[in-house]
Each structure stands twice: as structure tokens, then as C-alpha cells.
Design a protein around this ligand. Structure first.
Ligand code: DX5
Ligand code: ZN
Length: 232
């Protein structure tokens, strides 16, 4: 179970301090939402910020590119210290080349799908990715309400993972709070990206701990096999 606070919801005047806060919170990953004002109607921050905060923590940097031209950004973010780079399946025929390029840069490979996009679009890539990120809001802004209609996509991704004996992570991103995180965990998610709910708390450490407890006790594998869990 991976808890990934999103820096998008941090105090923009204090990226360094907020990174240290995440570092000490017990979180597993730091999720970095990169918006270009074109793929989504908002702009966040670039590789310069990532490079600046990289020496402050050993947290896994999960870079989510909500960008129309990731081709020009892969190398800068790889050099800035990304551990994983996620691109969007909506980029269509450019996806295979993008995934290959991320892998060739020595980074973990992620693929994301927006709420209106059929989950079947990711099928050709399942054996090439480390993470599948199911968007549970329409990307662009933090603090939006979770779209429940996306949950069947998480279930489908989990079913494919088991059927094909693959081990990609299934992440959820957007509107993930203590209640919706439990629903996502029951559906099969194992990476929980959360901005407002985590960074919004004074005590980030307590919030991460609470989310971890909730998702661990709700996870699909436990829900599916209570007898096995009880005897082990
Ligand atoms: C897309 C972003 C957001 C964000 C999560 O706009 O990828 O989903 O980081 O933020 P919250 O948890 O505030 O919805
Ligand atoms: Zn994101």
C-alpha cells in the first residue's frame, strides 16, 4: 500500500519545507503533478522545482505529466530526479514511443487514463508499465470531488492484473479522501494519491497513518479472502 501525497496541494511559497514535511510523514511516494496549461487548463511547476527539492528527501518521486508534449519533458524530468514518469493514454499513437523513452531513461514507467477514457485503451500497454494511474477526477485542479463512476475501471485493472499475472501498481488520483480511499482499496487500488486531504492537515504524519490504516484494512485481497487472512 503506497501513500503518495501530491505536492499540488502544498504551500507553493514553501516547496522545500513542504517536501521535508512529506519526508517526515511516513509517506511512501511524493506525487508531482505537472500541468502545462494545454492538456489541462492549469499550470503547476516544472523540472526546476523538482531539481530543487530532490536533495531534500529520498522519497520516490512520482512525476505525473498532464502535458500535451511530454516528448520535450521526459529528459528534463528524468535529470531533475524523477523515479517514475507517468504519461497519459489520451496521447494515442505517441504512447508506445513515450513509454519506451521513459524506460530507456532508466525510470519507472506509468500510464494514466482520464475519467472519460475507456479503460480498454490501456490494454495494449499493461505488460510494459510499472504503474497504471486511474484518474478519479478530470485533471487540472486539486480539491475536486471524487467521481465514483471510475471505480469499475480500478476493478477491471485489478482483474487484468490477476488474470495476466502482472504486477503493475494501480493508483487513484483525485478526490481521494479517507472515505473514497477505502472504496478504491476495496476495488483493488494500491497507490493512493492525495493532495488536499493530506497536505491540508496540520499533522501530515497522522493523516498518512490514518489513510494507511484505512486502505490496508479495506484492500481487495483482504476483502476477497477473509478466511485465509484470518488463519495466516
Ligand atoms: C489532477 C491532479 C489532482 C491532485 C489530487 O488535477 O493529479 O488529482 O494532485 O489532488 P486532490 O487530492 O486535492 O484531489
Ligand atoms: Zn496526479
Amino acid at each position: 500500500m503506497i501513500i503518495a501525497p501530491s505536492l499540488l496541494a502544498a504551500n507553493y511559497g514553501q516547496f522545500a519545507k513542504e517536501t521535508l514535511r512529506a519526508d517526515r510523514s511516513g509517506a511512501d511516494w511524493l506525487h508531482l503533478d505537472i500541468m502545462d496549461g494545454h492538456f489541462v487548463p492549469n499550470i503547476s511547476f516544472g523540472p526546476g522545482v523538482v531539481r530543487t527539492i530532490r536533495p531534500l528527501t529520498r522519497l520516490f518521486f512520482d512525476v505525473h505529466l498532464m502535458c500535451s508534449k511530454p516528448e520535450i519533458l521526459l529528459e528534463p524530468f528524468a535529470k531533475a530526479g524523477a523515479d517514475e514518469i507517468i504519461v497519459h493514454v489520451e496521447l494515442g499513437e505517441r504512447v508506445p514511443q513515450l513509454l519506451w523513452k521513459i524506460r530507456s531513461l532508466g525510470k519507472k514507467v506509468g500510464l494514466s487514463a482520464n475519467p472519460p477514457t475507456a479503460i480498454s485503451e490501456v490494454l495494449p500497454y499493461l505488460d510494459q508499465i510499472d504503474s497504471l494511474l486511474v484518474m478519479t477526477v478530470n485533471p487540472g485542479f486539486g480539491g475536486q470531488e471524487f467521481i465514483h463512476e471510475t471505480l469499475p475501471k480500478v476493478q477491471q485493472a485489478d482483474a487484468w492484473r490477476r488474470e495476466r499475472s502482472l504486477s503493475y501498481h494501480i493508483g487513484v488520483d483525485g478526490g481521494v479522501n479517507f472515505k473514497t480511499a477505502a472504496e478504491c482499496a476495496r476495488a483493488g487500488a494500491d497507490v493512493f494519491v492525495s493532495g488536499t486531504t493530506l497536505f491540508g492537515q496540520r499533522n501530515l504524519k497522522a493523516a498518512v497513518k490514518k489513510m494507511r490504516q484505512i486502505v490496508t484494512s479495506s484492500h481487495a485481497s483482504i476483502a476477497r479472502a477473509p478466511a485465509a487472512a484470518a488463519v495466516s
